[in-house]
Ligand binder design. Structure first.
Ligand SMILES: CC(C)(COP(=O)(O)OP(=O)(O)OC[C@H]1O[C@@H](n2cnc3c(N)ncnc32)[C@H](O)[C@@H]1OP(=O)(O)O)[C@@H](O)C(=O)NCCC(=O)NCCS
Length: 179
């Protein structure tokens, strides 16, 4: 298993550039997406990220063997970002993260991003299973995950306290049936 999570990749006609290889301007663009209200509202940490925190986060990835983050482009069009965290080479699992570019409304970008992440996880990294956590009210993301073959594997009730009330978290997963 190749565990270099800080590499760049070309997958299904998409280019995946590691956060650690972005120019300062490109990194700033990613921060703009991450701070957009439509992205923040579905994140555990929903406060705005300032530029110092963002740079420190990217720096922290350089030596990481358990987290990788990528910006995805289709030709020159930025589709969004993908991540693998809690990457475990012993048990062949990881957790995914995804957000689409909130300034682009092309239909199907979620599916394109997910197809690339599944190919990266299963074909390149040789994972056996990919897991995720999603807020129960995030219907758009849940629809996407189910379309891609993820199934509901559990639920953490009232796990997150956000805007004055508790939110439950669905745990979903997909197996690489070829391994
Ligand atoms: C999740 C996300 C990446 C999906 O990307 P997207 O571009 O919206 O994805 P798509 O356009 O491919 O749509 C996904 C599916 O949801 C459906 N959908 C759209 N709006 C919906 C809604 N309000 N409720 C339910 N389903 C909805 C679409 O019709 C599509 O289903 P289909 O493929 O069966 O037609 C994107 O919405 C996003 O970045 N959300 C904010 C961050 C986030 O929630 N990340 C996930 C955290 S776990």
């Amino acid at each position: 298993m190749n565990a270099s999570l800080q590499g760049d990749f070309k997958i299904n006609g998409l280019s995946l550039r590691s956060f650690v290889n972005l120019s300062p301007l490109e990194a700033e663009e990613v921060r703009r997406w991450r701070n957009h209200p439509e992205i923040r509202r579905f994140m555990y940490n929903d406060r705005e990220i300032d530029s110092i925190e963002h740079i420190q986060f990217i720096e922290s990835l350089r030596e990481s063997s358990h987290s990788g983050y990528w910006v995805v482009h289709e030709e020159n069009r930025p589709l969004g970002t993908l991540s693998l965290t809690r990457f475990n080479p012993l048990h062949h699992h990881a957790f995914l993260g995804i957000y689409a570019n909130p300034f682009d409304s092309t239909k199907g970008r979620g599916k394109r991003l997910m197809e690339a992440l599944l190919a990266l996880s299963f074909s390149h990294f040789g994972l056996h299973t990919l897991k995720l956590e999603v807020m129960e009210e995030n219907e758009r993301a849940i629809t996407l995950y189910e379309t891609m073959g993820f199934v509901r594997e559990g639920c953490w009730r009232d796990y997150i306290f956000k805007e004055g009330r508790y939110r439950s978290i669905l745990l979903m997963g997909i197996l690489n049936e070829t391994l």
